[in-house]
Design a protein around this ligand. Structure first.
Ligand SMILES: Cc1cc2nc3c(=O)[nH]c(=O)nc-3n(C[C@H](O)[C@H](O)[C@H](O)COP(=O)(O)OP(=O)(O)OC[C@H]3O[C@@H](n4cnc5c(N)ncnc54)[C@H](O)[C@@H]3O)c2cc1C
Length: 416
């Protein structure tokens, strides 16, 4: 079924009884050309672009839970391409361009909302760093505007400008940044991949990789073995566990990141704001809840739940920026498992095992990368060659020293 105003009108007249499931719940076949492990945003986007851009259709996506149960359905939905380093800027700008055309491409309303992303600065040094970042962004084809304090005040009059511990001096604004409805991205890519003939198998956990001296031959799953000469891992926070099945030790640690949603409010904040003096960011969802988050919990874990000290830390940061937040009730919070790489940048590369490909290390910024990650991973799998904009995301950069340390924080995954 193709979605359009006419489909909607026809369904309305039929009392909405004619809608079909958005994708087939496929049973796994014994053999495929490509197995993608992980039915998150990145795995589904990869499957869709493999089929739509490279003409492959004998593809399966294996997901141990249900589609959308991982980080793709747990994130705070922010998209942006405000990067500084040459390894990152073209990749994230490609992602932004793909977001801009995504809904037409996959014929699905993902609620792409370019409401802007504003990074606040609180000191002269930070302003200079943002001026440099803004220049790098513009040179790479992205948009950036450096705002002074009064321009920020005109946009966000309720922040604390006068009595704050860290007075706001201005901000770096990317107007094309914004937010996208996260689970609609998973559902939209799943539907689009399914329409291209991709099998999506839910409740199918990969429990082992079948490898010999020639490379990979398939996977063991909770629903039996499946053969393929190409296996692609896109399992985000579980990357180390899957790589360990191939005898690989990744430069990745898994950490918990929490997100928070307040009670529904009238329209209050029409952009995404990040606090430059602490780790806190906030936007407002279309349902009215404030969506916010901050630091990772800071200890290694595969559990999708957070802890109380970080809740307190995030609220403190929020209050330091926006004292009025103290009057608002938090309704829910949850955690996701982050694949924190040692330089804060991702990996899209071959592994030393022939036919085994890796997409990992997204830290807490992988949602905005979803379209470009799928686009570039599909290119790598189909052509056995890195896509030019993802050429720097090599696995061996941690051995050769070609790290892409956007924050300059060193090999400290909890600081990226
Ligand atoms: C609280 C929070 C806030 C965030 N906010 C943002 C944000 O605002 N902007 C942004 O850009 N990024 C954000 N992120 C990061 C972003 O969500 C992730 O980097 C990105 O979603 C990871 O890629 P994915 O969608 O493929 O992961 P996932 O959705 O986690 O997909 C991986 C899938 O692999 C499956 N899997 C694991 N092991 C196996 C196995 N053995 N067999 C089969 N399947 C398996 C999992 O069940 C999971 O569904 C946030 C993350 C969290 C948790």
């Amino acid at each position: 079924m193709r979605y359009s105003i006419f489909t909607l009108a026809a369904q309305t007249l039929r009392g909405h009884r004619g809608w079909k499931p958005v994708w087939r719940d496929a049973n796994p076949r014994p053999e495929y050309d490509v197995i993608i492990v992980g039915g998150g945003g990145h795995g589904l986007a990869t499957a869709y672009y493999l089929a739509s851009q490279h003409g492959l259709s004998n593809i399966v996506v294996l997901e141990k839970g249900h589609i959308g149960s991982g980080n793709v359905g747990r994130n705070t939905t922010i998209i942006r391409s405000n990067y500084l380093l040459p390894g990152n800027t073209p990749f994230y700008e490609l992602s932004m361009k793909l977001w801009e055309g995504l809904e037409q491409d996959i014929n699905y309303n993902a609620m792409v909302s370019q409401r802007g992303v504003l990074n606040l600065y609180h000191s002269d040094a930070q302003r200079d760093a943002y001026a440099r970042r803004g220049n790098a962004m513009r040179l790479a084809g992205a948009d950036a505007e450096l705002l002074d304090r009064e321009q920020v005040r005109a946009m966000l009059p309720f922040l604390d400008y006068d009595n704050a511990r860290f007075p706001i001096q201005g901000g770096l604004l990317q107007k094309r940044g914004g937010s996208v409805r996260h689970d609609a991205v998973a559902w939209g890519y799943a539907r689009a991949a399914d329409r291209c003939g991709v099998d999506i198998v839910q409740n199918c956990e990969v429990t082992g990789l079948t490898i010999d001296a020639d490379g990979i031959h398939g996977v063991e799953t909770s629903r039996g073995p499946i053969r393929a000469r190409k296996v692609a891992l896109a399992v985000a926070g579980s990357s180390s566990r899957l790589a360990a099945m191939a005898g690989l030790r990744l430069p990745i640690e898994s950490h918990v990141l929490q997100a928070f949603v307040s009670e529904g409010l009238k329209p209050l904040i029409d952009t995404v704001v990040t606090f430059g003096a602490g780790h806190f960011y906030v936007s407002q969802s279309d349902k009215g809840g404030l969506v916010f988050g901050g630091d990772i919990d800071g200890y290694n874990s595969y559990a999708q739940r957070g802890n109380l000290p970080v809740i307190e830390d995030v609220m403190e940061s929020g209050m330091a920026l926006w004292p009025g937040l103290g009057r608002i009730r938090v309704l829910r919070h949850w955690g996701g498992i982050m694949d924190m790489s040692m330089d804060g940048s991702p990996i899209i590369d071959h592994t030393p095992v022939h036919g085994l490909y890796l997409n990992a290390g997204w830290c807490y910024g992988g949602f905005k990368a979803t379209p470009a990650s799928g686009w570039c991973f599909a290119h790598l799998i189909a052509r056995d060659q890195s896509h030019p904009v993802a050429a720097a995301y090599r696995l061996d950069r941690f051995a050769t020293g070609h790290v892409i340390d956007e924050k300059g924080a060193g090999a400290q995954p909890n600081l990226h």
